[in-house]
Design a protein around this ligand. Sequence first.
Ligand SMILES: *[C@@H]1O[C@H](CO)[C@@H](O)[C@H](O)[C@H]1NC(C)=O
Ligand SMILES: *[C@@H]1O[C@H](CO)[C@@H](O)[C@H](O)[C@H]1NC(C)=O
Ligand SMILES: *[C@@H]1O[C@H](CO)[C@@H](O)[C@H](O)[C@H]1NC(C)=O
Ligand SMILES: *[C@@H]1O[C@H](CO)[C@@H](O)[C@H](O)[C@H]1NC(C)=O
Ligand SMILES: *[C@@H]1O[C@H](CO)[C@@H](O)[C@H](O)[C@H]1NC(C)=O
Ligand SMILES: *[C@@H]1O[C@H](CO)[C@@H](O)[C@H](O)[C@H]1NC(C)=O
Ligand SMILES: *[C@@H]1O[C@H](CO)[C@@H](O)[C@H](O)[C@H]1NC(C)=O
Length: 753
Amino acid sequence: MKNLVKITAMFMFFNLALLISAAGTNNENERKPYIVYMGELPERSGRKTMEDDHHDILSDAIGDERIARESKIYSYHRSFNGFAARLLPHEATYLSKKEGVVSVFPNTIQKLQTTRSWDFLGLSDEIGKTKRNLKVESNLIIGVLDTGIYVESPSFNDIGFGPPPPKWKGKCARAANFTGCNNKVIGAQYFNLAGSPIDLLTPVDVEGHGTHTASTAAGNSVRGANLYGLAKGTARGAVPSARVAAYKVCWSMGCQDMDMLAAFDAAIADGVDVISVSIGGPSRIYFEDSMAIGAFHAMKKGIMTVCAAGNYGPDTATVQNVAPWMFTAGATSMDRQFETDVTLGNGMRAKGISINTFSSKKHMFSLTSGTLAANSSSGGASYRNASACEEESLSKKQVKGKIVYCLGSNGQDSTISENRGAGVIMSGDDNYSDEVAFSFLIPATVVNQKDGKKIEKYINSTRVAKGTIHKSRTTNIANAPFIASFSSRGPQSISMNILKPDIAAPGLSILAAYSPLVTLTGDSTDNRFTLYNIISGTSMSTPHVAGAIAYVKSFHPAWSPSAIKSALMTTATPMKVKPMEAELATGAGQINPTKALDPGLIYEMNPGSYIRFLCKEGYNNTMIRIITGGKHLHDCSTLRARGFDGLNYPSMHIQLSQNSTKFSASFFRSVTNVGSGKSEYEAKVMPPPGVSVNVEPKKLVFERPHQKRAFKVVVKGKFGEDENQVLSGSLEWRDSSHRVRSPILICKSLYQP
Ligand SMILES: *[C@@H]1O[C@H](CO)[C@@H](O)[C@H](O)[C@H]1NC(C)=O
Ligand SMILES: *[C@@H]1O[C@H](CO)[C@@H](O)[C@H](O)[C@H]1NC(C)=O
Ligand SMILES: *[C@@H]1O[C@H](CO)[C@@H](O)[C@H](O)[C@H]1NC(C)=O
Ligand SMILES: *[C@@H]1O[C@H](CO)[C@@H](O)[C@H](O)[C@H]1NC(C)=O
Ligand SMILES: *[C@@H]1O[C@H](CO)[C@@H](O)[C@H](O)[C@H]1NC(C)=O
Ligand SMILES: *[C@@H]1O[C@H](CO)[C@@H](O)[C@H](O)[C@H]1NC(C)=O
Ligand SMILES: *[C@@H]1O[C@H](CO)[C@@H](O)[C@H](O)[C@H]1NC(C)=O
């Protein structure tokens, strides 16, 4: 099924290529959108002054006031300083050297991190069983940057909700066919600065993804939610009483940097408490990356941004959204799988995986294979692979009304559907084929290769082969939770010694609200529309983490974003993993929101911590001053971050250069007591095999709450000749009722120096 994911990615890439060529990339004389990022807001700045300032800078670079006026796209002025403009390459270079400019980077297009179709429920159930703090919860606002929202969904009904919290400064856009916000969805705006010619400018979700993610974080409790009878249960966000503010930044062509930055600029100023962004793209250095910039300014205002780790696993070194001020989420399975069985005319029954809403009523259809149904006279198309049921390779006559067996699982449902087939049985390509359950246009299932062979043998053995594909049923998975194969793995390439992803949360086959303005599969030939759908991706993990943050915040409103992140990380459940991946796949482990309410100790980081960290990462004073604003003169020579990684991060990570074998690193950490008064914690080290981990002191004594205690962790060891490239261990601070756990991970770098 990995292939299907890749196909989706290829399709999106194709879209992207189209857009880029339409924008005329090859023409040096054509202006392209760039973002000119200018750091913190100037002091005592008004919108007008900033816009004038942006215009002056642009006029200077372009040398023509009229062209400058036409080229300017947008001024960011509410939460940080900068603008988007259409520039020629030399103008971009000129601007990047100007005083006050941090960076100038091209407007790239990022993608939603969904794999189209999966399901889940657990986290919300778990939260529902425990206490909640409704009064505070209903004042929390979750900002979701996504494809917009379907406000009419039962998940966003506002019965029982009072007016928006007084701190709310956001807006509800007026647009065609948009009925407006309510007291649950208190904000809905859209950002489409380039003015897409094919999308209707409205915050309404015509894709489904934004409705799904927003309801996962904060949807109402809705009983009996299901997809055509599948996965029937209660659909519920992590914080059902919280409010939602939707910022539509993704359109049919993808999600553009300049739109995402505009949404961050708005959301931070609007007063959201958490920002959830299920979008990703290749990692870039922090201040040429719209999400890292947006999340940085959110962090400075006490707002945590949760981002998707990406869907590029199981390969290592694929993680995205890696800035330490972001919370990066990988995807885990639930204990539930969707099984779609096949029965053959000879009585054989095979298990398959898919989400099949169609009921065959046990009717037996004629059964054939792509090999047997090949169109022998397809002329120019004869290079197509009929066994794999490639487009234009099959004879319509041979396919019509039949179930077709195809090699591989590349989403052949569309080809079989076009040829009026009755269904399709695909055979998995690899070891991950039994993991992701997708929805298809027609009755369909994916069987493993062994069963596939048996099915094909039966087809070959008789002229009257028959079979049926049953409606899906849910089954339990014994080894859950496990990390999803598609979930992107570390190590990361930007800050080599910060472990990413940070945490793992459910992202496989998640049931949540959907937009009935799009078909179940998103395909226009599909005629199924649904209020709830089952989809998968790190896109789905992200709002689980955002919801969990809001949940913890509803009990600890004064905690900083880093405190809440620490609480969620140090109380996460370590997961069973392949030795070669370990925490590179899971981060601290599977999120456990209720446990995070009482973490005992927290690792705090404030804006100053990140400044020191950036100094250590090589950013100079000029840069630091622009990013942080002129109010405080930051001087990197006096702001030395201590220790190996330079941050008080709740995990410890060493990424060794390729040829080194020996390593030695000192991590300086401090923890704050958030438990009840007096307590004594002891260090319990689970060292990676063959590695020495020395903690000093080994005991931390606290007399009262909010006290801080510092300690040092020295990690020493070496890699043997044929040893694994990953060494995994942990440090736990234990008192009678808490275990404050941090992973310690050492790996060899996969990046060339
Ligand atoms: C509003 O929706 C209706 C029905 O779906 C559609 O026919 C109409 O074109 C839409 N209006 C606009 C302005 O797109
Ligand atoms: C076989 O392929 C040829 C050439 O593409 C096409 O004209 C013909 O209709 C196809 N036959 C069937 C039975 O699909
Ligand atoms: C056709 O595709 C299948 C499945 O991907 C593959 O195993 C087979 O080798 C391919 N055949 C040809 C002739 O390319
Ligand atoms: C599947 O797993 C087996 C055993 O772990 C391994 O030997 C094989 O190479 C894997 N196949 C693929 C296609 O990854
Ligand atoms: C079924 O028959 C086709 C065509 O003769 C052949 O290519 C294929 O290998 C056979 N499959 C099995 C499993 O016997
Ligand atoms: C600071 O860094 C920027 C970007 O790397 C560079 O352009 C600038 O010249 C540096 N300034 C100083 C004072 O080194
Ligand atoms: C690492 O080792 C490889 C192969 O042994 C060698 O080609 C390369 O130059 C080495 N790199 C460094 C940085 O020493």
